[in-house]
Design a protein around this ligand. Sequence first.
Ligand code: NDP
Length: 342
Amino acid sequence: MTKRIVLIGHPVAHSLSGAMQQAALDAAGIDARYELWDRAPIALPGAIGELRDDDFLGANLTIPHKERAVPLVDRLTEEAQATGAVNTITREGRRLVGHNTDVAGFDVALDRLVGRQKMPRQAVLLGAGGGSRAVTYSLIRAGFQRIVVFNRHLHRAEALVRHFARSAAHMDLKAMPWHVSIIESELARTKLLVNATSIGLADDASPVPGDILPPDLLVLDLIYKRTRLLRDAEAARDTAMDGELMLLHQGAAAFTLWTGQEAPLEVMAQALSEARAGGLRSAEGEPAGDGDETGSQTEGETGGQGVAGADDSAETATAGATAGAGASLGTGAAAGAGSSGG
Ligand code: NDP
């Protein structure tokens, strides 16, 4: 019987994960289909409930469901518990296990970005959604001593800081209001800037003005295209990298969890770059305003999804053009030291 793996999100159309995971399943000779399920938040409990059936190997979760999925599974792994976010589900019989493979994906991306330099100890993190939680956890584990989280809605950054109170007890994890002057002064004393907002995904906006970027910064944008932020960073003589390597490695970790097999990284990387060249975007971050069906969010919808598209959706679009410009991924080529994404 053909097994099923689903990506649950809202929206999920044009997912890069679909191309990447189906290519991996086919290459490994696994009789399974990777399906995209567009489910509004109100339908999430029902969708996750369906996964208990025998024909499912598991699922991925994306915007806006990662945090909401936490109470809907039977057990959480350490990463899912620690982050309060689930991006992968596996089955143990009829029980569901929630994992967070974004952490492993970010670990790889960070290592590649830092390269031979000493791992920095201070970071500025923009955004406080599910992706940001994975980044925060990874940075804490990597030994960072100071992380300042800026978010448009400060309360969400404060909730993130409270969530990590115990694991960050030994270091300085702070939420700060989104003011350019405060971000600028924090950047002056940091080495790493991570964008975990969806600003720049649907249009060519940047979360911060280019002229506040100091030189010699390491800049990682979780969005997997050559965003304005990354271009500005290169112009400021920073080292810049997009989110493609993170996407690849979170996907590879999920593949292994579902199948018990090592992921065919080269195949997945190839499928990703073909999908990018073909103009597909990942459901990992498609903003709400991008697909017209998402405009009317269900009740209880908070920031992440509803916000991104609200503002500049008129300029949507650049997925094809910008994506194609991204770094050829390969499993080893993503880091764009000073020149990401050609
Ligand atoms: P969430 O929906 O959980 O969070 C979205 C974040 O973006 C929030 O901090 C939100 O702020 C902020 N934001 C959105 N629009 C605006 C705006 N117009 N102005 C200011 N802030 C804004 O999404 P995720 O955390 O899951 O994803 C965030 C980004 O990270 C996406 O672009 C996604 O593609 C990327 N990502 C990439 C991954 C990869 O593998 N490369 C993995 C995970 C995420 P507020 O709370 O104030 O609304």
